[in-house]
Design a protein around this ligand. Structure first.
Ligand code: PXP
Length: 249
């Protein structure tokens, strides 16, 4: 069954909007992880950014203590964060590009240009028993390079699909083209022995279309679930997304 990883970064973003620099504050991302797991989420994703703009180190360590499913640490491939991940030992890390100006992760990794550095990190993680996923665009060259790094997973960037999907009629053809790119990318990755996750910009409207993408293991979804939680509560927001994943709505 297709799995749901809940990205709780936006809970920390909201907390930091009021309590930046303090040792505690609401809403608590760790509590969000507890509620998401109790509602049936298959994994919890958190991004420890170099600038610590949302998740803080204390959140990540507490998450490591309480997450019972799978902790997916999103991170940049930098020495400081790699060293921290090796100590933290999440079940999996998802390597992403980080640009200071962006509000959330925008583009995919350039694995072709950074193959050597990424291969080294994959080896360190593998030796520590941590799986690696590379967040990339559905691009044939990036997928081929990803397979060479020794990563077990790729996470296909669904941002272009989601953006086209959200536009009225003019975007629909583009959304179909983007969906076809995701389908081709997933097939190519699977043939190369990679496991395939996907995420970014997925929501309650565009998610049913994603069921056409083959070989998917897990979808990582944050903004849309946390947004819906503001009105219906996190438990219900996660359960509704799970029902959609199962094709029940
Ligand atoms: N996957 C990755 C690698 C991400 O960086 C993010 C957040 O930017 C997501 C999934 C979740 O995206 P969203 O919050 O749009 O659901």
């Amino acid at each position: 069954m297709l799995k749901l990883g809940v990205n709780i970064d936006h809970v920390a973003t909201l907390r930091e909007a009021r309590y930046r620099g303090r040792l505690a504050g609401e809403p608590c991302p760790v509590e969000a992880a507890r509620i998401s797991e109790a509602a049936g989420a298959h994994g919890i994703t958190a991004h420890l950014r170099e600038d610590r703009r949302h998740m803080q180190d204390r959140d990540i360590w507490k998450l490591r203590e309480i997450v019972k499913t799978r902790l997916n640490l999103e991170m940049a491939n930098t020495p400081e964060i790699v060293a921290l991940a090796l100590k933290l030992k999440p079940e999996i890390v998802c390597l992403v590009p980080e640009r200071r100006q962006e509000v959330t992760t925008e583009g995919g990794l350039d694995v072709v240009a950074n193959e050597k550095a990424l291969t080294e990190t994959c080896k360190k993680m593998r030796d520590a028993g941590i799986e690696v996923s590379l967040f990339i665009a559905p691009d044939a060259k990036q997928i081929e390079a990803s397979a060479r790094t020794g990563a077990q997973f790729i996470e296909l960037h669904t941002g272009s699909f989601a953006e086209a999907f959200s536009k009225a009629e003019s975007g629909k053809r583009k959304a179909e083209t983007e969906l076809e790119r995701l389908i081709t990318g997933a097939e190519q990755a699977h043939a190369l022995g990679l496991k395939v996750n996907a995420g970014h910009g997925l929501n309650y409207e565009n998610l049913p279309a994603m069921r056409r993408v083959p070989h998917l293991v897990e979808l990582n979804i944050g903004h849309s679930i946390i947004s819906r939680a503001v009105f219906v509560g996190l438990d219900k927001a996660v359960r509704e997304m799970l029902a959609l994943l199962r094709g029940k709505r």
